[in-house]
Design a protein around this ligand. Structure first.
Ligand code: HEM
Length: 182
């Protein structure tokens, strides 16, 4: 997993829980990499998993809540660092259509060793709302949930998000149905 995810995770931990918590997580999970993450490096996903579990123990917040908060943090960072994707898309739904066919494609060019989820979507019709379908070897659908929620906030386009998640053939799946709020 890309170092950018680790550096941003630890930024979020520092801003929300203080810098002592960063030290506690690294001391208690003892990552093989040593814990001195750089944005351009790559590190085992298990090191992030261990830190999230430890943060849940330390903070008494659920893993799902922590992943969601981290997703929202990432969306804020991405909307500044990769602002052009957000500006070009112009709306939340247009942005979500572009994750798989444009945004993550560019991410892969920038970081060839990035391990990305797959997103497909179904357009809204008379009976069902626009639905984004997440698929990954990693169980990070709540990270996606935070990213989606914050992206809707970025575009000031309130929607309620109905999610359904399951595992199939060793992959984690989640469907996010986005129902416009008026
Ligand atoms: C400009 C916007 C975006 C950029 C630059 C971006 C970039 C990235 C990068 C660098 C990674 C890490 C890959 C690795 O560690 O190897 C990643 C992973 C991920 N991205 Fe994106 N992303 C963007 C938007 C989104 C959005 C809107 C969503 C959700 C709907 C999303 C969902 C995810 C998830 C869930 C992962 C974790 C890996 C996994 O679940 O398998 N991304 N993205």
């Amino acid at each position: 997993m890309k170092g950018l995810v680790f550096t941003e995770f630890l930024e979020m931990v520092e801003a929300t829980f203080g810098d002592d918590m960063v030290d506690t997580l690294i001391d208690n999970t003892n990552p093989a990499s040593g814990g001195a993450y750089t944005a351009v490096g790559s590190y085992p996903f298990s090191e992030l998993e261990n830190m999230v579990v430890e943060l849940s123990t330390q903070s008494k917040l659920s893993i799902d809540d922590l992943l969601q908060t981290f997703g929202a943090h990432l969306a804020k960072v991405f909307s500044q660092k990769f602002a052009s994707f957000f500006v070009e898309a112009g709306s939340a739904i247009a942005f979500f259509r572009e994750i798989d066919r444009h945004i993550h494609v560019e991410v892969k060019k920038l970081y060839p060793d990035a391990e990305l989820p797959v997103f497909s979507f179904e357009e809204a019709n008379d009976t069902t709302p626009f639905t984004l379908h997440y698929r990954s070897e990693r169980n990070l659908h709540m990270l996606a949930y935070g990213l989606i929620k914050e992206t809707l906030t970025y575009y000031s386009q309130p929607h309620s998000i109905e999610l359904e998640h399951w595992q199939e053939n060793g992959q984690y799946h989640c469907k996010f149905a986005l129902v416009p709020k008026d």
